[in-house]
Design a protein. Sequence first.
Length: 115
Amino acid sequence: MFETDVKQRLEDLLDQERQALLDGNFDQIEKLMEKKQELAEDLETQTLPQEALSPIKDGMRRNQELFDQALAGIRNVTARIDELRQLRRSMNTYDAYGRRFTIDAPIDRKLEKRA
């Protein structure tokens, strides 16, 4: 009975993790990771047949792919933000001969006073 309880709880947790990944709810993912670690430790003490572990492995693989895609998306957004910041500081352009020139944005050293 304990074996199927741990297995079912882990499957439920993987479903919750998948939904959190799809929703982009990274705070929830962090909480679920802690629970998943605890359940994985409980599962290590159990001897489940291979066919019982198959859905768990599939769920973990599916979630890992989603997690990898989410990280890739975050990296892309970070790179794009860096490009936009760079564009605010300077701009690259090319002359008629194909030589690259950088035009630096003027440094605004005014202090803005707000009420």
